[in-house]
Write a protein that binds this ligand. Structure first.
Ligand code: ADP
Ligand code: MG
Length: 560
């Protein structure tokens, strides 16, 4: 028995419009159909766990086959399938019930829609002259049906024989899209969109090289990793796993420096792993490396509008079904969930950096040159991030020693002021060119920051405003002469507590030397050329020099 019907649309023929407006994204038909097939198998698992399906689950999988001779691609699954009524409800009615609305939306904004999500099953008509659905529901006693539609709003539906539960979607590829009948093309698309889907995706058989020829083995060629790293528990993962996954995502890349495993359930769902790449120059400022997924289906590798701009320098994977995908990017930025997700990620990134700084400052300093662009970029463009990062952002001086803002302020506050009592931050952009000025300044007991990074000039401008009563001045003859030394004003009177803190600080800076083995001349703190003087006996001095050579420790102050 065959039944004919007309799909409920007001537009006479929707298919030419679908084809025309979504031309650039034809390839997404495969993503849509494979994810429907995956959904169908996942639903069956859910029914089984609820006791609503008592049969054998078997090996749940999705299979893709190309038949070049007949010009078809078939996507098969052994999921829940559909009954006659369900086809009517889900395919004939629902998908087209809002055809006008759909067209309005897509016509207007076709280029700004992320991956045209939500197009679903009907995206198959972007590449097909005819589509057939052959399906049998898992529900007992239902008949298998075949639905067929040639791209006009008319369809036929008939009862047929099908032994196994599940669905085959058969696409009769049209003349303009014959490229999709190439093995290599489908393989490429499956690897792009389906690489981390949670159900095995089978595409042909595995091949083997034998005697210089590629021959098929009997084994299914599964193209995906059903259990990708970000879906696993951090406690079960080792550093090696994270590094390996990074190489999988970005083959032949430098090792990442650190990573963050994201896992939020409420008030939004978000999982993923973000990596800090090594960024040495703007050549390395590779954006659009973060891949966005929705329930393990690849959506896009452009996360603009979803994470703050500076975070687009990170690499890795974000997976969230709570990011709306069928809206324009400008709308995306105003979406409440997206805002929350973006804030959460920024916070996690700051947390992680702070953690490394606190737990292992020397490692943090070691990586600073690679982290610097990232952190400065964030501080310059994101106030919230500035607030967090100002505790860990480092200033490096021309001797290569690194200070936090707070530490640096303490270092220079006693003698780098101008006549209006502004703190003067001296900096050089080029150590070689400004060599003589740097030396003059150092001879006079001043410290000079090295600002030779791409964003350092902008940082100087911003910090001047944020710090208040501070000036960032390029080191030259004039600026050095204009500095007012505190000797002209007043003596430094340290409280006992401050002395104790100083002692503490120096003890920790001088390994292998006991506090009792040197003294700090607090009065000398007031002297410009020698802001700090440490005295110790000749034997201890030699010991110290030796240990400094061994450890490569910087040392502030002068030997008697
Ligand atoms: P969505 O997946 O967003 O619901 P689609 O247009 O992709 O929209 O699919 C419409 C509906 O058709 C699905 O919700 C599902 O009920 C049904 N469907 C599509 N493909 C399959 C399949 N392979 N197996 C079972 N049901 C399917
Ligand atoms: Mg779908």
């Amino acid at each position: 028995m065959q039944q004919n019907g007309k799909i409920g649309v007001t537009t006479e023929n929707i298919f030419p419009i679908i084809k025309k407006f979504l031309y650039s994204d034809h390839e997404i038909f495969l993503r849509e159909l494979v994810s429907n097939a995956v959904d169908a198998t996942q639903k069956l698992k859910t029914y089984a766990s609820l006791g609503e399906f008592k049969g054998e689950l078997g090996n749940l999988s999705v299979k893709i086959k190309i038949d070049k001779e007949n010009g078809t691609i078939t996507i098969s699954d052994n999921g829940i399938g559909m009954t006659n009524e369900e086809i009517d409800k889900y395919i004939n009615q629902i998908a087209f019930s809002s055809a006008n609305e759909f067209l309005d939306k897509y016509k207007k904004d076709a280029n700004s829609i992320i991956g045209h999500f939500g197009l679903g099953f009907y995206s198959s008509f972007m590449v097909s002259q005819k589509v057939e659905i052959i399906t049998k529901s898992f529900k007992e006693g239902t008949e298998a049906v075949k639905w067929s539609c040639d791209g006009s709003p008319e369809y036929t539906i008939e009862v047929i024989e099908k032994a196994e539960r599940g669905t085959d979607i058969i696409l009769y590829i049209d003349d303009e899209n014959k490229n999709f009948l190439e093995q290599g093309e489908i393989d490429k698309l499956l690897k792009k969109y389906c690489r981390f889907l949670p159900v095995p995706i089978v595409f042909g058989k595995k091949t083997e090289w034998k005697d210089g020829k590629s021959i098929e083995t009997g084994e299914d060629n599964i193209i995906n990793d059903t259990n990708p790293l970000w879906t696993r528990k951090p406690a079960d993962l080792k550093d090696e796993d994270y590094k390996k996954f990074y190489q999988e995502l970005y083959p032949f890349s430098d090792e990442p420096m650190f990573w963050i495993h994201l896992n939020v359930d409420y008030p939004f769902k978000l999982t993923g792993v973000l990596y800090f790449p090594q960024i040495k120059s703007n050549v390395d400022m590779n954006r659009n490396k973060i891949q966005l997924y929705s329930n393990q289906v690849f959506v896009t590798d452009s996360v603009e509008g979803i994470v703050p701009e500076f975070l687009t320098l990170m690499h890795g994977v974000l997976d969230s079904p709570d990011i709306p995908l069928n809206v324009s990017r400008s709308y995306l930025q105003s979406d409440q969930n997206v805002k929350k997700i973006s804030n959460h990620i920024t916070k996690k990134v700051a947390d992680r950096l702070e953690e490394i700084f606190k737990n292992d400052r020397s490692r943090f300093e070691e990586k600073w040159d690679n982290l610097k662009i990232f952190i400065e970029y964030g501080m310059l463009t994101d106030d919230k991030f500035y607030e967090r990062a100002q505790k860990i952002c480092l200033l490096k001086n021309t001797d290569g020693k690194a200070f936090t803002f707070e530490e640096y302020k303490t270092l220079i506050s006693s003698n780098q002021t101008d006549k209006d009592d502004n703190l003067i931050y001296l900096y050089a952009n080029n150590k070689d060119e400004q060599y003589s000025y740097i030396n003059t300044a150092k001879d006079k007991g001043y410290d000079v920051i090295l600002f030779d990074g791409q964003l350092d000039v902008h940082m100087a401008g911003m910090l001047e405003q944020k710090f208040g009563k501070s000036k960032f001045v390029r080191v030259d003859a004039d600026t050095i002469d204009n500095l007012v030394r505190k000797e002209d004003s007043k003596e430094v009177n340290l409280t006992d507590k401050q002395k104790e803190e100083l002692n503490e600080a120096f003890t920790s800076q001088l390994p292998k030397i006991e506090k009792t083995e040197f003294t700090i001349d607090y009065k000398a703190l007031d002297a410009r050329a020698q802001p700090v003087q440490i005295t110790q006996n000749e034997f201890m001095r030699r010991m110290k020099e030796m240990s400094a050579m061994q450890t490569g420790m910087g040392f502030y102050g002068e030997m008697p």
